[in-house]
Design a protein. Structure first.
Length: 238
C-alpha cells in the first residue's frame, strides 16, 4: 500500500447537502462474503465498486480480533472509492484502542473525531485532505475528551458529513473493544467484519456477530491477501 500524504484545507459542503442515505442492501442483493485476494489493488477496486453500486454511503470496518488487517482494508477501500467516485470520500480513524492511521500520519496530537463527538470541533475544522484527489482524513483526536455513544454519533452523522459522498470508518476489533464498536452500527449503512483466511476462529466471529445484534447490516470480508500495513506520511502537521 502506498503512503498517503496529508495537506491543505477542508472542502465546502454541497449546496443542497449530500444525497439521502439509502438502506443497506439485503443478503440477497449482495453476497454475504466478500473475498480479498491478490492483486491487492484489484481487490479493493472490486470491493469499492460493489459498495458504490449498492448505494451504501457510510460504512465501517471491524474484526473479531486484532491483527486482521482492518486498517489496511479501510484505507485501501477509501482510496479505491475516491478514485471511483466524483465526490469527496472521508476516511475516519475511530480506533480508540490502536489508532494506527493517526499514528502513522504523525497526527496523534491533532484534533479529530473525539473533538467532533464532544462538540468541541466540526468535521470541516479538523478533517484534512490527502494527497489523493477527493480523499480526506479525520484523525482520532484526543480520546480522553470523548468516546463514541449513539447520541454523539447520530449528531456527528447528521451534522458533519454533508460534504462527503462516502465515509469509511476504521474501527477497533470488536471483542477486546466492544464499547467502542457497538454504538456504530445504527449510524452505518454497512458494517464489514474482517477475518483472516485460515486464521480467525469462526466461533469468535459468531460471538462478535452476536454482540452486534440482528439490527446491524453486516457483511464478512475474508482477507486472503498478504497486504502491507497501511501507513500515512503527512506533509502538514497542524
Amino acid at each position: 500500500m502506498r503512503d498517503l500524504a496529508l495537506s491543505g484545507s477542508v472542502p465546502h459542503a454541497k449546496r443542497n447537502g449530500a444525497p439521502p442515505r439509502q438502506h443497506a442492501p439485503s443478503a440477497d442483493e449482495l453476497a454475504s462474503w466478500v473475498s480479498l485476494t491478490a492483486p491487492v489493488a484489484g481487490a479493493f477496486d472490486a470491493l469499492a465498486s460493489r459498495i458504490d453500486s449498492s448505494g451504501v454511503r457510510i460504512l465501517g470496518f471491524t474484526s473479531a480480533l486484532s491483527g486482521e488487517g482492518v486498517s489496511t482494508i479501510a484505507l485501501g477501500t477509501a482510496l479505491a472509492l475516491a478514485a471511483l467516485r466524483r465526490d469527496a470520500v472521508l476516511l475516519v480513524d475511530a480506533n480508540w484502542i490502536q489508532p494506527s492511521l493517526t499514528s502513522d500520519a504523525h497526527l496523534g496530537s491533532a484534533r479529530g473525531l473525539a473533538e467532533c463527538l464532544g462538540s468541541d470541533a466540526s468535521v470541516a475544522a479538523v478533517a484534512r485532505p490527502a494527497s489523493r484527489p477527493r480523499l480526506w482524513f479525520l484523525p482520532v483526536g484526543d480520546r480522553q475528551l470523548a468516546r463514541p455513544s449513539l447520541r454523539a454519533l447520530e449528531s456527528f452523522v447528521a451534522d458533519g458529513l454533508d460534504a462527503f459522498g462516502a465515509v469509511v470508518v476504521d474501527l477497533p476489533a470488536l471483542l477486546p473493544a466492544e464499547q467502542f464498536v457497538v454504538p456504530w452500527p445504527p449510524v452505518l449503512d454497512q458494517l464489514f467484519v474482517v477475518l483472516r483466511d485460515a486464521a480467525t476462529p469462526l466461533a469468535l466471529v459468531r460471538q462478535a456477530l452476536e454482540k452486534l445484534g440482528s439490527h446491524a447490516a453486516t457483511q464478512l470480508v475474508l482477507n486472503r491477501a498478504s497486504a502491507p500495513e497501511a501507513r500515512f506520511r503527512p506533509t502538514d502537521r497542524r
